[in-house]
Design a protein around this ligand. Structure first.
Ligand code: C5P
Length: 232
């Protein structure tokens, strides 16, 4: 298990590279792992991930890829050469198979997103699915496991049942984490860092509670301390 500091992933959901640089500077040694998603990636953030990696940070590229197999394969091969640590794909069998094949021989780990947490049974029905969220999450988690995907993105409340289903090999990365007393924002189902760790999360993704804090570094350190205490 990595040390507690390396289990906190700060989501750099910020509009410009300048903002991201300033946040990374403020967080200093308290944070070693950053998530870059659409907002920053499409604002020259991909070049910034190279700078983060050169500075010794780990990067989670949250691109939630999904396309025909050949396109996923070639795209993931390119990501695997950059030194990125985690990359997300949607949990469709063809997509997962291509991503796993493309990351062979590199240190890149593929994380599957089973069902987006903003989807409920009605959204799935509208999208043409006959299954509800719970059954689809379980089915896709099992498929991810069987195809050799390295980990799952899951909510803290999904972590315990999924752990029972897929065993200890897969990494669980959980967003929706809020320190006790922090604003929930648009996250509906939240857990504290300690609750998420105890439920079986390996890595916690925390964005706004840290990036919008008056003292981001102190808050990040408090979360690392909570991870440390909860994993004893
Ligand atoms: O600011 P906050 O802590 O809510 O950020 C959580 C991060 O995790 C965001 O970048 C969001 O896109 C991501 N995420 C999520 N829920 C998921 C998957 C990813 O909140 N199911």
């Amino acid at each position: 298990m990595p040390n507690p500091r390396d289990r906190l992933i700060v989501a750099l959901d910020l509009p410009t590279v300048r903002d991201a640089e300033a946040m990374v500077e403020r967080l200093g040694d308290s944070v070693s792992f950053y998530k870059v998603g659409y907002q920053l990636a499409f604002a020259s953030g991909l070049a910034f991930t190279d700078a983060l990696i050169r500075a010794g940070k780990q990067v989670f590229l949250d691109m939630k890829l999904h396309d025909i197999e050949n396109t996923v394969l070639k795209g993931v091969e390119s990501v695997a050469k950059t030194g990125v640590t985690f990359l997300t794909v949607h949990a469709y069998p063809q997509t997962m198979k291509a991503a796993v094949a493309a990351r062979r021989g590199s240190d890149l780990k593929i994380l599957a997103v089973t069902v987006l947490t903003s989807y409920d049974d009605i959204d799935l029905a509208e999208s043409g699915y006959a299954t509800g969220v719970e059954a689809l999450v379980a089915r896709r988690a099992q498929q991810a496991h069987d195809l050799g995907v390295d980990g799952l993105v899951c909510s803290p409340e999904e972590a315990s049942p999924l752990r029972l289903a897929v065993g200890n090999q897969m990494l669980f990365v959980t967003p929706g984490v809020r320190p006790a007393g922090a604003a929930h924002g648009d996250q509906k189902r939240v857990a504290t860092p300690a609750q998420a760790i105890k439920a079986g999360a390996d890595y916690l993704v925390v964005g706004r509670p840290i990036t919008e804090a008056s003292d981001p570094k102190a808050l990040a350190q408090a979360i690392v301390d909570e991870i440390s205490a909860a994993s004893r």
